[in-house]
Design a protein around this ligand. Sequence first.
Ligand code: NCD
Length: 335
Amino acid sequence: MMTFQGSHILSVSQFDREAIAKILQISASMAPYAARQKRCHVLDGAILSNLFFEPSTRTRVSFGTAFNLLGGFVRETVGVENSSLSKGESLYDTAQVISGYSDVIAMRHPKMHSVAEFAQGSNVPVINGGDGANEHPTQALLDLFTIQSEMMHFGKGLDGLNIVLMGDLKHGRTVHSLSRLLSLYNDITITMVAPDALQMPDSVISILTDAGHKVILSDKMAGNLACDVIYQTRIQQERFASKDEAELYRGHFSLNREVYQKYCRENTVIMHPLPRDSRPEANELDTDLNDLQNLAIFRQAQNGVLVRMALFALTLGVEEQLTQYEKSVNWYTNK
Ligand code: NCD
């Protein structure tokens, strides 16, 4: 199995099923800390540098929360305009400097492969929080964790699932990483619902078909949503040449209660990496589904904390020591 301690987490291609099982198992063991039943201070004194050069809410905050929940400190840089990259500094130089200040780094950047380039200059583990349209490995791991925990209620595991990925599959890095991870399991049927121009890149489709999975491409919701899990995505407006071009695709695959009742199975679980575009004209995942028990989107976002805690514990080599560093929680909590 891969060694986690001291390793960068840059792409889901680093993992085999055994490594993923390990990450998912450690993630589950973080639940009591995230639920404030106990505290864990195994990373007391450690420093995370959270470098976010592209917009983010949950990925950045959940990386920070995850580190804090293990007792560590978090330093943040947000936006290229506020950093020395805007003065022409290379990713290599920034990495040399920041890794001298920190024990681990989480980074998001708009350019594909930039996080891997940065990691070459870093002396501490670097975790990819999204590099342009390329990959988002921690999101894919939390998505897989969510699929596993949601499917458990129906007596299913990760093999033999029928999954629909829908929306902007061309530019969405979360669906690229998730497809790669799913390819490691057995007998998956995966339906890609997108306008032709926003379909999944061939390079990702062939990973799935080469592994023997069934891939169906379609530009329609009708007849394609009777599945275990629908993973809806946002039109990635920021990756289009112009806003007008992105506008062409807005609202095409609006998943609402009517569509759900018409085309889904009784127990189809809905996921979305979030943010969902809630402006009225977008309507990609309608708020009229908010009280549906199978809408897993907020449980999914919560799982991000568990998975990021696990990755910190593993890359910093403390995953066996968690229970030795527990404390009680002293404040009011209703989690
Ligand atoms: C996603 C991203 O940044 O790729 N968000 C996230 O990290 N949860 C999806 C998106 O922005 O649409």
